[in-house]
Design a binder for this molecule. Structure first.
Ligand code: UT7
Length: 331
């Protein structure tokens, strides 16, 4: 048995400049600030503007933030994983372009898509590569340009999603810090409730599909909400039980930011003090793969070596789970 664990040793983040507020959305669809705030906790979200700018733009900025803050030589990175549900293009992987643009010339790379759980599942992948002993520096980036797959005529989805990215570096640790345990699950019967029907390999975009906007994300919000509340809380409870962690021993809940009510329900299930719940949904909305690393980027200065972090996510597929990680450094 190896005694190597995969520790997070650096973080970075990036959100685009343009702020889409609830007030602006009131002028676009039939909604209002009070409804959005009380039902979701979201006040504003960021949108990436500019021709030909895709998810790689966000991923590159987040990675550069990490590299600059930590004086990291990008040629020492072994692997770049871009967790995303919105790749730049079909066929050409977003990760290869991202790795080249940040100067990770000795790395191999691939994209990973598990919808809103992409980053969480990416943590499992990064951790396994590190634990294998073969790779010493794995850069995991969570990035999504959600505005590329949202209809700004659909009030059920456009109020929720935003664009953004975060990056973390995983390195081997022999002192017991890093990823401790994971509980990850999938259930394909959920795909009808959260999907973009046209534009993938099953259904091409047609004149008809363009007319009914079915290339954009459709969500049966209530069903997704119920499944998210149940499964995120269930996965988190299982991780706590398996690791004999009561709520006193948890320092932070790092939960996917899809709806404040879902995050609160998960925290309530484990009786966690709200001050231990990382939250930035009010300013970014749901950035899909970006939510978890953006939380780490925003809260990095508050994290202490040895802190117990519980990650949790739920999203399209359905895919969900929870990961227990011991924080490895003081900022
Ligand atoms: O990260 C991926 C996973 N996604 C999620 O976890 C999202 C999960 N779902 C949700 O967060 C919530 O279901 C929503 C925020 C999407 C919707 O909230 P809800 O409390 O479930 O509302 P609802 O869909 O049941 O709609 C309630 C009412 C409806 O009107 P009627 O039929 O009661 O007259 C909707 O038409 O609210 C209406 N409504 C709106 N009203 C104002 C729906 N969207 C809006 C809106 N503004 N933007």
């Amino acid at each position: 048995m190896t005694n190597i664990s995969a520790a997070i040793t650096a973080v970075g983040g990036y959100v685009p400049d343009f702020i889409l507020t609830n007030k602006i959305l009131e002028t676009m669809v039939d909604t209002n600030d009070e409804w959005i705030t009380s039902r979701t906790g979201i006040k504003e979200r960021r949108i990436l503007k500019g021709a030909n700018k895709g998810t790689s733009f966000l991923a590159i900025q987040a990675a550069k933030d990490l590299i600059q803050k930590n004086n990291l030589d990008p040629t020492t990175i072994d692997l770049v994983v871009v967790a995303t549900a919105t790749p730049d293009m079909k066929a050409a992987s977003t990760s290869a372009y991202t790795a080249s643009e940040i100067g990770a010339t000795n790395a191999f790379s691939f994209d990973l898509d598990a919808a809103c759980s992409s980053f969480l599942f990416g943590m499992s992948v990064a951790s396994s590569y590190i634990q294998s002993g073969k790779h010493k520096k794995v850069l995991l980036i969570g990035a999504d340009k959600n505005s590329s797959m949202i209809s700004y005529e659909d009030r059920a989805t456009c109020i929720i999603f935003g664009d953004g990215a975060g990056a973390v570096l995983f390195e081997p640790n022999e002192e017991g810090f890093g990823v401790q345990d994971e509980y990850l699950r999938s259930d394909g019967s959920g795909r009808e409730f959260l999907r973009a029907t046209h534009g993938g390999s099953a259904n091409a975009i047609t004149e008809e599909s363009l007319k009914d906007h079915s290339q954009y994300v459709f969500q049966d919000g209530k069903t997704v909400f119920k499944n998210a509340v149940f499964n995120m809380a269930d996965a988190t409870e299982k991780i706590l039980e398996r690791n004999n962690l009561d709520n006193d021993k948890i320092d932070w809940l790092v939960a996917h930011q899809a709806n404040k009510r879902i995050i609160d329900a998960t925290a309530n299930r484990i009786n966690l003090n709200p001050q231990k719940v990382m939250m930035n949904i009010e300013k970014y909305g749901n950035t899909t793969s970006g939510t978890l690393p953006l939380l780490l980027s925003d809260y990095e200065s508050k994290l202490k070596k040895g802190d117990n972090l519980i990650f949790a996510a739920f999203g399209g597929g359905f895919n969900w789970g929870s990961i227990y990680l011991k924080w490895a450094y003081n900022s």
